[in-house]
Design a protein around this ligand. Structure first.
Ligand code: SF4
Ligand code: SF4
Length: 108
């Protein structure tokens, strides 16, 4: 299931030759529309939910839709990247939100 793009937040990574989400996708699935300047997934059926694009977006414009087998269409999972830390915001189908924070790099 491809990431959901919040077109209000997406800047199209203006000024960059390649957007952060395009650069991050291992399947080369993300693109920026020449019509509206917003990101989109050009081959939805090929997306395997690796979330690389979601983590890479500096605008927080991408959100993972959790497959219906796990949470139905209203459930979402959103990472917020910090320095050496990642915060996951998980929203279930009833709108309840849980927040998980993990240190993802050991700094010595
Ligand atoms: S990285 Fe984020 S802001 Fe940049 S084009 Fe992709 S979705 Fe839009
Ligand atoms: S979730 Fe992974 S495979 Fe799907 S569009 Fe994003 S980077 Fe590509």
């Amino acid at each position: 299931m491809p990431p959901k793009v919040d077109t209000h937040k997406c800047t199209g990574c203006a000024g960059r030759e390649e957007s952060f989400c395009e650069r991050a996708c291992p399947g080369d699935l993300m693109a920026v529309s020449s019509e509206n300047g917003k990101a989109y997934c050009r081959a939805a059926s090929e997306c395997w939910d690796c979330m690389s694009c979601v983590k890479a977006c500096p605008a927080g414009a991408l959100e993972t839709k959790i497959p219906y087998q796990l949470g139905y269409f209203k459930a979402t999972l959103r990472p917020i990247m910090g320095k050496n830390v990642i915060t996951w915001k998980c929203r279930d189908i009833y709108g309840n939100e849980a927040v998980y924070r993990y240190v993802n790099r050991i700094v010595r």
